[in-house]
Design a protein around this ligand. Structure first.
Ligand code: UD2
Length: 310
């Protein structure tokens, strides 16, 4: 993938061994000096390119942050506790990882005058009053995770307003693609693909009428590269496709693309789950030049092919 004009920079990717961070690292490593900060809680060593410098440590550790940010030009902050469910079980840990560590990172970026592109989330909106959701719509997060992401999204804007730091918040909707590994706390697509390929039941929480805006990893990377060079600093952007897919429809499409015998079963709805979530992307289109390039179906087929090859 092209680096979108991000060249010859010293780049720190926190969570650089994770799903999104790993894709960013591979995209940037040939044309930049890439540093990865990851503690491998959910990250994977296979995601770390050989040419990158690895700092294996916890992003909550302030000495680590100081070392990792030394002389950096650009920071992609992807390290997080990404599970909404985990944050409900353990709000304090969510706060430490998602909020406190981000604040420390912003402080370090201020000292280095480094641009920060920060992973915010659609979870900040909570139950939306209407879809698609615009950036200025009400924000009533339903989970500690959503609250943490809302807090750092505000901090990013404030660091621009108060200190002139170049920050951009990207409010990811539901990212998916090759490299997203199924686990108790990972995204629904990776879970459904693993279930389908193992011939196990596909577990839909609740009635499956809840909808999500699934955005393919290449387009997440595209938005990050645009955020790294845009003049629209101090701003937050939705990163999605504008297309709503219900979880039931997702389960059925997974059945199709994997050609599985797996049945769809329904379990209890998930506490703190958002009912509908679709991004309005006009702001990202107009100001970043963002344009989704991979459809849900195409992305799912590519991801299924990857999952099958594992
Ligand atoms: C995802 C991200 C979160 C945040 C948010 C933004 C993950 C793990 N979380 O949260 O970080 O950015 O998107 O919108 O990527 N489901 C099932 N069966 C399963 C697993 C999930 O039906 O086995 C349902 C679940 O109840 C929910 C939907 O699928 O309605 C999506 O769940 P998710 O955990 O993939 O993602 P979400 O939207 O909670």
């Amino acid at each position: 993938m092209q680096t979108g004009g991000v060249t010859n920079q010293t780049v720190l990717i926190t969570g650089g061994a994770g799903f999104i961070g790993g894709h960013l690292a591979r995209t940037l490593v040939d044309d930049n000096e890439v540093r990865i900060l990851d503690n491998f809680t959910t990250g994977r060593r296979a995601n770390v390119p050989a040419e990158a410098t690895l700092i294996e440590a916890d992003c909550r550790d302030e000495d680590t942050i100081a070392r990792a940010t030394q002389n950096v030009d650009l920071i992609f902050h992807e390290a997080a506790l990404v599970s909404v469910g985990r944050s409900i079980e353990d709000p304090q840990t969510s706060h430490e990882i998602n909020t406190d560590a981000t604040l420390a990172l912003l402080e370090a970026a201020r000292a280095e005058d480094a641009r920060v592109v920060l992973a915010s989330s659609a979870a900040i909106y909570g139950h939306p009053e209407r879809v698609p959701i615009a950036e200025s719509d009400p924000k009533e997060p339903m989970s500690p995770y959503g609250l943490d992401k809302l807090t750092i999204d505000h901090y990013a804007r404030q660091y621009h307003e108060l200190y002139g730091l170049e920050t951009v918040s990207l409010r990811y909707f539901n990212a998916f693609g090759p490299g997203q590994v199924a686990g108790d706390y990972s995204g629904v697509i990776s879970i459904f693909l693993e279930q389908a390929l193992a011939g196990e039941p596909i577990t839909v929480d609740g009635d499956g009428t809840q909808t999500r805006d699934f955005v393919y990893i290449d387009d997440i990377v595209q938005a990050n590269l645009q955020a790294a060079t845009t003049d629209a600093v101090g701003e937050a952007f939705n990163v999605g496709t504008g297309e709503a897919v219900s979880i039931r429809e997702l389960a059925e499409t997974v059945q199709e693309v994997t050609d599985t015998e797996s049945e769809i079963v329904h379990t209890n709805p998930r506490p703190g789950d958002i009912d509908h979530s679709t991004a309005a992307i006009a702001k990202a289109e107009d100001r970043l030049g963002f344009e989704p390039t991979v459809s849900f179906r195409e992305g799912l087929e590519r991801t299924a092919a990857w999952a099958r090859s594992r």
